[in-house]
Design a protein around this ligand. Sequence first.
Ligand SMILES: Nc1nc2c(ncn2[C@@H]2O[C@H](COP(=O)(O)OP(=O)(O)OP(=O)(O)O)[C@@H](O)[C@H]2O)c(=O)[nH]1
Ligand SMILES: O=C([O-])CC(=O)C(=O)O
Ligand SMILES: [Mn+2]
Length: 605
Amino acid sequence: MTATIPGLDSAPTTHAKLLTFVRESAELTQPDRIEWVDGSPQEWTRITDLLVANGTFRRLNEQKKPNSFWCASDPADVARVEDRTFICSADPKDAGPTNNWMDPADMKAILTERFRGSMTGRTMYVLPYCMGPLDADEPMLGVEITDSPYVVASMHIMSRCGTRALELFTDERTFVPGLHSVGAPLQPGEQDVPWPCNETKYIVQFPEERAIWSYGSGYGGNALLGKKCHSLRIASVQARDDGWMAEHMLIAKLISPENKKYYIAAAFPSSCGKTNLAMLEPALPGWRLETVGDDIAWIRIGPDGRFYAVNPENGFFGVAPGTDYHTNPNAMRTIDKGNSIFTNVALTDDGDIWWEGMGAEPPAHLTSWKQQDWTPESEEKAAHPNSRYCTPIEQCPTRAAEYDDPQGVPLDAIFFGGRRKDTIPLITEARDWQHGVFMGATLSSETTAAATGQVGVVRRDPMAMLPFIGYNAGDYLAHWIEMGKGADAGKLPKIFYVNWFRRDEDGKFLWPGFGENIRVLKWALERMDGTAAAVDTPIGRVPAPGALDIDGLDVTADDLAKALAVHPQEWRGEIAQIEEWFDKLGDRLPSSLHDELEALKQRLA
Ligand SMILES: Nc1nc2c(ncn2[C@@H]2O[C@H](COP(=O)(O)OP(=O)(O)OP(=O)(O)O)[C@@H](O)[C@H]2O)c(=O)[nH]1
Ligand SMILES: O=C([O-])CC(=O)C(=O)O
Ligand SMILES: [Mn+2]
């Protein structure tokens, strides 16, 4: 029966495991036809034309956004679904206290029934991809099987996919298999909808098998399997086993007016400023920044004992609202070159895109992300708060040449950060690696629209990896401690903790943020060079009065003091939350982090 599925017997590869994966997936999901994704520009045109014909995409004005598309999702499929995301390890202890778990056999049984016939009436696309540079010694391969042409178009941008990846599939190399279906089979004669999906969603990682099954959602983080599912959840498990790290971090190169070069990585939770910092246009004269990556860093210890970071992705899947020529001009320049997909933003009457935070005045009329008429009087937002642009890294004017270097870039500093309206100072320097790991382990942030659920609730988000650690979070933190021992102490990146989001009594941000954040980075780099002054506080070192360069900045001394303040009473509340968090993490949390907590309590007492 399956032999009748067109495309099954015309595979452009002889890789046995891949052929088996495709055949078994086709037998289970029963697509009408199979297509192998080649990643070519012709294919992009064909797929985007198809999406336009299906009503999923609207082509944007060629003068404004060439070769670009507007897309509105189902209103119930707009973000990652953390409560539907599972780590199915053999032993529940290996998924740990922060992940949803189900026995792998039980989950396979459920998913098998879900996927049975789920691609009926649809095309099954086989999309081979490589995360990270193609010329790596060990290219990191994956295959996403999907029934979503939206996913195919998006993966064209976000990953190195198609023929150039498939060429790397030699017999001795393995790959991460990812099976994705929107879960909306079409019966003969049934009319498709612009955004097919299923009310029931499963985003499932099998860490021992290194496999991904994703069902029911077409949204980015749930459906572009090379991104969070592979490059963070599965890769974090591989990294633990093989002595490296898969982290939710941007990577950037900073060049001082004296032409000194620094590489930094920064872990902030979803919708907390990674993409903005990764493309920052420095407000201080003479400073330059180049972009290596905006979301994920794979970090390995190099032969010289330093930490080297690689960006596994090939594009940006960025938060649209708040992005404009004042906040993130380099993102605007990137998308203005076109070749991009915009999901759940608003559409202007002249075929361009708009979102809250773009320009001073909204246009008089828009089509909202819900495809309704919108005017400035409308009560609902024109763009969804988690609306996204998907755009090639190649177009970014600040892209660093090193982004495609398989060796990666040697990190001088790692920044942790979250979105907190109080308690957390603008910047704090860790005393040493262990203290820095403690800062990361206790990182907290207000929840955002990047995941479904309540927004604005403070939660612990270790290294901004809470939704992405593919194993036990206690083991993950122990791995961080171990990595610090694996490198030469003098060569370890220095760790800092930042918070751009502290507010005054009226709810106003105390710090202007965006391009001005270079001032905070500059202090950190000067600390490493031994040229900036700091004061010790119970929680770490903060800039000494006058040490932060605020030359020409419109910020009052009072606001700056508030942004930097360490209030013991706020920290006593914090300690209670950290204790609760450490209790939750349980007995796999390394004792050195308990020691750090005790020492912090002593210093605050
Ligand atoms: N006030 C303030 N807002 C910021 C700053 N940096 C970023 N933002 C806003 O925070 C939101 C999220 O920023 P992004 O840079 O897209 O966050 P991200 O970490 O890349 O998010 P994900 O792609 O979901 O992982 C946007 O609306 C930004 O405008 C800052 O320095 N200050
Ligand atoms: O994964 C996504 O859908 C978008 C993203 O970058 C995040 O949520 O961190
Ligand atoms: Mn981002």
